[in-house]
Structure formats: C-alpha cells, structure tokens
Design a protein around this ligand. Structure first.
Ligand code: PLP
Length: 375
C-alpha cells in the first residue's frame, strides 16, 4: 500500500486508451444512448442519476476515507440536508451546541415544521450526550473541531454511545479533510465534507460529499432521494475538485504548520484574551485532539481583550488576510463570525475566525501584529 500522498498525487489517473491523456476529461453529457437491446451498455442513463466525472470523484473520496461508497452534492449543505431527509418520521437527532450555523438553522427550521425533534448539546461532555438520547434518537451529528469555537468531541467515545443505542453517527469532516482525521476508524457511519473547503481547496467550487462506511439502509435512502431530487455536483465542479485533491496533503501540511505558529503568536499577545486552537496545551480538547487528529488543523479563532469593537478594528486593519467567510482556500481569511451568523448566534461577540492559507507564516503574523497595534 502506497502512502496517501502518493495516492493523492495520482488522483483520478485513468489511462485513456484513445488519447493516453494523464488527466481525465470532463463529461458534460446529460444523457446516454441505449443499445438496440434496450440496455445501457455504459451503465449511465441520465446525469441526475450518474455522471462519469462525478463518479470518478466519488470513487476517489470513497478511497480516501476508506468507506463503502460516496455521493457528491451541489453543496455541503445539500449533503447535510440529504442525511436529514433520509431520517424516518418522528426521529430525534442530537447536534452539537457549537456547529456550522447553516446546519443549525436548517435543523431548527425543519424541527419547527415538525419534521423531527432535536437536542443541541455540549458534545465535549459525554454524559450530556447520553442524557439526550431518547427511544426515537436516530442520528448523532458530530463536528470536531466545531465551527467556530473549535470544541473537540471524542468521536470514538460518542460512537460507543451511538452503537449501544443503534443510532447512526455522522461526522462533519469538513475542517479536517480525510488527511487530519479518520472518522470511520473512530466508529462513524457517515462522513460529510463540504468539498467547497479543503478538498477542492481554491475557493472556486461549491460542493458536498457523503461517504458511507457500509451499504446500510440509510445509504440506500440517501442515494434514492438524491436520484429523485437531483442536488448533484455538476461535472466541471467535480473535475475542479479532482484537481484540488491532488495537492490536498501538501496544502494542508503548510496550512497546519502556519496555523500553529499563528496560534502561538496570538496566545502570547497581550491584547488577545483567548485563542481557540486545539494544538495549544491550554485548550480543553488538547488531549483528545492529539489522539484523534494527525495535526491540529488550519482553522483557529481568537478574541481580543477589548471585546467586539476591538475585534472589528483588528479585522478592519489587516492587509494580507481577506475579510470574507468560508475557509480552506489558498488565501488566508479573517471573519467577525457573530455578525456573519446573525440573530440567534451562539458565537461570542468578540470572536474572530481565521482560515490559514498558503502565505508565508511570518507575513501573516506581521499582518496580525500591525492590526492588533491599532487597538
Ligand atoms: C463545518 C461545515 N460544514 C458544512 C458547511 C456547508 O458547506 P457549503 O457551504 O459547501 O454548503 C460549512 C460551510 O462553511 C462548514 O464550515
């Protein structure tokens, strides 16, 4: 078995007997011709159901996560929605109290119209999870590190609770990608990725993926719903994502190293009151993160001592960081998260979230230093 970096470098290399091209083509066709005997010789019928470029990406992601199969979607949220849609009637689900705000809003909205009930719990506390389980609990949703407070949940311990109660465990692996965390090895049943972030990696693709560990009933329902509803990843986005995957390991290695340096710089700065980064020994999830992640990641958040107004001044004063939402691209981003999340946010008002890109680390630190000097 070759190293994952070797696998990534050769992503989607399918020798083409006609052209000898080393890079796969993009298949834009929406429909495929039947043979005279009424069969579909290639296995493809109509691109809502399947497309060769999308399928190549799905097989690639299945291999990276070491799962059974994958389906890719038009966004990470469409992938998350597909998991929720496949729940039986009257299900109860458990989500983290700190989770991507779009997902929380989706769950709250569907719960309001009676699709299911939910509990939002602090997943760093296993007792709270056990206490939240009801006879109708069908899904536990984990996001670790969480967005944007970087809480660390012990996935292996949560999977024991899920297994004891016959509950499906889904892990949103967007912030870690298949490189930094292996949810299936820790007991998850489904892994979600917003491929928009690290996997595609260049802030130019919107997409999502669900990888399934087994050919479960849940998997069958998700596939059938996707065929019928069509929230699929388009061929060009699939191809761009395959291109991004080839450099995933090298991008993340640099991004993680830089994030660690930035976190240590902020942690020692007298105008910074709190740094949220699981690579710091002072982080409450440091021990679990060291166990279940191969690196602490390239995302971090921090608060300034002066609160919200000072934090907004820092965001306004940076020159290299771009003031934008999202994450996982080559350019570093800074975001005042609470104002982006809007009313009902659970994010501390002074929190700034950083997505670390591929710039030289000293340049990013110098940029933050001059911005912090403005307060
Ligand atoms: C952890 C996490 N999951 C899911 C999503 C949603 O992905 P998308 O924007 O591709 O719909 C995001 C987006 O920021 C995210 O950060």
């Amino acid at each position: 078995m070759v190293h994952i970096n070797t696998l990534l470098a050769h992503t989607a290399f399918v020798p083409d007997s006609d052209t000898a091209a080393v890079i796969p083509p993009v298949h834009f066709a929406t429909t495929y011709e039947r043979a005279q005997d009424n069969s579909y010789p290639s296995g493809y019928v109509y691109s809502r159901e399947g497309n060769p470029t999308r399928r190549l990406l799905e097989k690639t992601l299945t291999g990276l996560e070491n799962g059974f199969d994958c389906r890719t979607f038009s966004s990470g949220m469409a992938a998350g929605h597909a998991v929720l849609m496949a729940l039986p009637a009257e299900s109860h689900i458990i989500i983290p109290d700190d989770v991507y705000h779009g997902f929380r809003h989706l769950v709250m909205q569907e719960a309001r119209v009676g699709r299911y009930t939910f509990s939002a719990v602090d997943m760093t506390d296993l007792t709270r999870i056990s206490e939240a389980v009801t006879p109708n609990t069908r899904l536990i949703w984990v996001e670790s590190p969480s967005n944007p407070q970087l809480k660390i949940s012990d996935i292996a311990a949560i999977s024991s609770i899920a297994r004891q109660n016959e509950i499906t465990l889904a892990v949103d692996g967007t912030w870690t990608s298949p490189i930094l965390q292996r949810p299936f090895d820790l007991g998850a049943d489904i892994v979600l990725h917003s491929v928009t972030k690290y996997i595609a990696g260049h802030s130019d693709v919107l997409g999502g993926a669900l990888i399934f560990k087994d050919q479960s009933e849940y998997y069958e329902r998700v596939c059938e719903n996707q065929k019928l509803t069509g929230a699929v990843l388009d061929p060009f986005s699939s191809w761009l994502t395959l291109r991004g995957v080839r450099t995933l390991a090298v991008r993340l290695r640099t991004q993680c190293e830089t994030a660690s340096r930035v976190a240590n710089f902020l942690n020692q700065h007298n105008r910074v009151s709190r740094v949220y980064f699981p690579g710091l020994e002072s982080h409450p999830g440091f021990e679990v993160a060291s166990r279940q992640m191969t690196s602490s990641g390239a995302m971090l958040s921090f608060e300034t001592a002066g609160g919200e107004a000072d934090s907004i001044t820092v965001a306004a004063s940076v020159k290299l960081f771009r003031r934008a939402t999202s994450l996982g691209g080559t350019e570093s981003l800074i975001e005042h998260r609470a104002s982006m999340e809007g009313p009902g946010t659970t994010t501390p008002p002074g929190l700034l979230r950083l997505s670390i890109g591929l710039e030289y680390s000293d340049d990013l630190i110098a940029d933050l230093e001059q911005a912090l000097a403005e307060i």
